[in-house]
Design a protein around this ligand. Structure first.
Ligand code: HEM
Length: 501
C-alpha cells in the first residue's frame, strides 16, 4: 500500500476509504479498527493537507485524497493518466453499464447517444415544466389560502419536485403534483425507493443474492423491495417506449424537445449497429439519468433555501432582481434565465458550501507522476509516483473550503462570483474535464426557475431558537456530520407570503 502511494503520509486503518465493508461498519471503533467512514471527507479532509493517503491493512485498497485545484485538474483533466475506476465488486454492475461509470472507450459510445438530447430544446422544456409543476404544487398544497406555510422536511419537497421534473423532461412521464410520479410504485413510492437505494448502497454491494431470501426482513428487505420496485418500473416504461417507437408514435425530432433522453436510450437499443445499447445498458442509463438527474438538484435547493433564510440580505437582492426582471409579476420564462444573475450566484455559492457530490474517484491507468502542491502557495512542492491501479479521491469539499481558492470559505458570499458568475477553475461541484456533468444546464435551469417562482411570492424563513444567531443555526442544523456524502440533515423552513391577502 505504501509503495502504491509513494509513501504519502496519512491514515493507516483496518478498512479502506472506499471499502464497502468499512462503510457498513461504525466508524472509529478504536485506533486499531479506525475506519474513515463515509463522512471522513467532510469531517477531516477539508482542514487537513492537500494530499493524504488512506492505507487499510484489512480490507480495501490504498487511496490518496487530494484537495487542491491544481491536483484536481491533473486528475480530472484530459490526459490518459487517470480514468474512472474499473469495476471490482459484483455490486459495481448493480444498475448496468452506464455513461457515468464506464472508462473512456466504452464511455464515448454512451455520450454519443446521449449528448444530442442535451440541447436548448430540452432546457426550454425544463423551464416550462418547472413553472407548471410549481404552480401545480401551490394549488395542490393549497398554499394560496395560507399566509405562511411550514415545510417540516424540506428535502421531501425538493426531492419530489426534482424527481417530477426529470421524469417529465427526460422521460416524458408526465404527472401532476398530487398524482406524482414520485408516488408511483407498489409497496414503496419511487421517491422512497431512490432514497433507500442511496442510503443502503453498501448493503447491496455486499449482500449475496441468497441473503435476501434467507433474511427477508430489516434493511435487506427494504433494499430488495426498493430495487425490485424501481427495476420493475423501468422495465415497464422501457417496454412501453419500445411499443411507441415501433408504432412511430414518438419521433426524436419532437418539436417540443420531449422524449429525447429516454427516447435516445431506447432507440439505441433497437437500432443495432456499432453504437447499439444492450439491455443492461438501457437499464443502466435509465437508472443513472433518473437518479443523477434529481437527487443532486434536490440537494442544491435543500441547502440554498435555508442559506437564503439565514442571509436575508442575499434573499432581498434576489427579490429586487425578480422585481426588475418581472415588473408585472408574470411567471418567468426561459428567456429571463440570463437576467437572473443574483439567483445563479446564490446557487453556485450554495453548491460551493454544500456540494451535492462531495468526492470524485479516478484510478491511475499506469504508474503516474502527480505534482503535489504546497497548501499555502499553490506552487509545485514535490512529485509522487502513484502505481497503476491506485485510486485517487478528488475531495471537492476540501477544494471548496480551501482558503487559497475561496477566501473566508465558511461564509455564504455569492458576491465572490461577481467577476465570473458561471465558472471558476476551483469550482468542482459539476466535476471537470471530459467527464464533467452532462446535466449541468438542466439542473441550473430547473433550480433558477424554482427559486424565481418561489421568491417572487414567498419569503423563506427558518426558526432560530432563543438567542441563536443565523450562523449558530447554520452550524447546528446544517452540520458537518449531517451533511456527509448523504446530504444535509433534516431541515425545516417556513414560506411567508410577501403580499398578504
Ligand atoms: C446540481 C445538480 C448536479 C450536480 C451537482 C451534478 C454533479 C455531477 C458530477 C460532479 C459529475 C461528474 C462525476 C465524475 O467526474 O465522476 C456528474 C456527472 C454526470 N451527471 Fe450530474 N450533476 C447534477 C445534475 C445532473 C442532471 C440534472 C443530470 C441528468 C439529467 C445529470 C447527469 C449526469 C451524468 C449522466 C453524468 C456522467 C457524465 C459522464 O461521465 O460523461 N447530472 N454530475
Amino acid at each position: 500500500g505504501l509503495k502504491a502511494v509513494d509513501h504519502v503520509s496519512g491514515i493507516r486503518c483496518a478498512f479502506g476509504a472506499r471499502s464497502s465493508l468499512g462503510l457498513l461498519l461504525p466508524t472509529r471503533l478504536s485506533w486499531l479498527f479506525y475506519n474513515p467512514g463515509s463522512s471522513y471527507i467532510w469531517e477531516k479532509q477539508r482542514k487537513d493537507m492537500d494530499i493524504v493517503s488512506v492505507i487499510p491493512w484489512l480490507h480495501g485498497g490504498p487511496v490518496v485524497i487530494v484537495s487542491s485545484m491544481e491536483m484536481m485538474q491533473q486528475v480530472l483533466g484530459y490526459s490518459d493518466d487517470f480514468d474512472k475506476p474499473l469495476p471490482r465488486t459484483p455490486g459495481s454492475s448493480l444498475f448496468g453499464a452506464n455513461v457515468a461509470m464506464l472508462q473512456k472507450e466504452p464511455w464515448k459510445k454512451h455520450r454519443r447517444v446521449l449528448n444530442p438530447a442535451f440541447s436548448k430544446k430540452l432546457y426550454l422544456l425544463v423551464w416550462k415544466e418547472s413553472t407548471r409543476m410549481f404552480r401545480d404544487m401551490v394549488d395542490a398544497e393549497a398554499w394560496d389560502k395560507q399566509q405562511s406555510v411550514d415545510i417540516p422536511l424540506l428535502s421531501d419537497l425538493t426531492s419530489k419536485f426534482a424527481l417530477n421534473i426529470v421524469a417529465s423532461c427526460a422521460f416524458d412521464f408526465h404527472s401532476t403534483w398530487s398524482d406524482s410520479i414520485a408516488s408511483a410504485g407498489n409497496e414503496m413510492t419511487l421517491q422512497k425507493c431512490l432514497k433507500v437505494i442511496l442510503d443502503n448502497i453498501a448493503v447491496r454491494f455486499l449482500a449475496p443474492t441468497w441473503a435476501y431470501s434467507v433474511f427477508p426482513f430489516g434493511a435487506l428487505k427494504r433494499v430488495d423491495t426498493a430495487f425490485s420496485t424501481i427495476f420493475g418500473f423501468m422495465r415497464t416504461q422501457i417496454a412501453l417506449r419500445r411499443e411507441k417507437i415501433v408504432s412511430e408514435d414518438v419521433t426524436s425530432e419532437d418539436t417540443q424537445g420531449k422524449n429525447t433522453i429516454f427516447h435516445n436510450i431506447v432507440r439505441a437499443n433497437m437500432d443495432g449497429g456499432k453504437f447499439a445499447f444492450d439491455e443492461k445498458e438501457v437499464i443502466g442509463n435509465t437508472f443513472v439519468m433518473l437518479f443523477a438527474g434529481h437527487e443532486t438538484t434536490a440537494r442544491t435547493l435543500n441547502s440554498l433555501l435555508p442559506l437564503l433564510a439565514l442571509y436575508e440580505g442575499e434573499q432581498d437582492k434576489i427579490y429586487q432582481e425578480i422585481e426588475q426582471v418581472l415588473p408585472d409579476g408574470r411567471d418567468p420564462t426561459f428567456e429571463d434565465f440570463e437576467s437572473f444573475t443574483q439567483i445563479r450566484k446564490c446557487i453556485q455559492e450554495a453548491m460551493r458550501l454544500y456540494p451535492p457530490v462531495v468526492a470524485l474517484v479516478r484510478e491511475a491507468m499506469h504508474d503516474v507522476q502527480l505534482d503535489v502542491t504546497n497548501k499555502v502557495t499553490g506552487e509545485k512542492d514535490h512529485s509522487v509516483v502513484l502505481k497503476k491501479g491506485t485510486q485517487v479521491i478528488v475531495n471537492i469539499l476540501g477544494i471548496h473550503y480551501n482558503p487559497r481558492h475561496f477566501p473566508d470559505p465558511e461564509t455564504f458570499k455569492p458576491s465572490r462570483w461577481d467577476d465570473d458568475s458561471t465558472s471558476s477553475d476551483a469550482f468542482g461541484a459539476f466535476g471537470q474535464g471530459p467527464r464533467a456533468c452532462i446535466g449541468r444546464k438542466f439542473s441550473l435551469t430547473e433550480a433558477t426557475c424554482f427559486v424565481a417562482m418561489l421568491l417572487r411570492d414567498w419569503r423563506v424563513e427558518v426558526d432560530l431558537t432563543e438567542g441563536e444567531s443565523p450562523q449558530q443555526w447554520q452550524r447546528r442544523v446544517m452540520t458537518d456530520k449531517a451533511n456527509g456524502p448523504r446530504g444535509l440533515g433534516p431541515i425545516s423552513v417556513r414560506f411567508v407570503k410577501r403580499k398578504p391577502q
